[in-house]
Design a protein around this ligand. Sequence first.
Ligand SMILES: [Zn+2]
Length: 164
Amino acid sequence: MKVRIFDNYTVGQNHYGKAVFAARNYKKGDAIVMFSGPIVDRKNVPKNLFGQNDRYVQISPTKFMGPSNTTDDLINHSCDPNAGLKFTDFGVMLVAIKTIKAGDEITWDYSTTLYRNKWTMQCLCNSKKCRKTIKEFKFLPEPLRTRYLKLGILPPYAIKLVYN
Ligand SMILES: [Zn+2]
């Protein structure tokens, strides 16, 4: 019997801690991983929502997705990401927004989901486009908001803000 094992990503270390790396090449648009976790009300989210062990991803103005205790919790932010979250009818899926080569760290821009959210974090992503502080979506420069919109990696509540 022939068994094919798909290793899509692997967990390792980057310059500031745990990180997720591509274990194969991805093309722009490829699905990487489905995000999962318990759905939690805004009022029940801990203050440091992207702490090492308590990652909460905002999925609506009032709801967050809590930690799944799987790889999706460990995917880091970058101000120049190679992936983004697609909000679909069947869930939140991380997709490649550019070519990702095996061995590259997989990242997404946490600001894409932050809405009416005072949480901020100092950014250490090391990219040339680093904004130094990760903040709400509304603080992103307009061209970047539009770029993310065109890439299809914004939640519905952020899309509304682009057109405001
Ligand atoms: Zn940064």
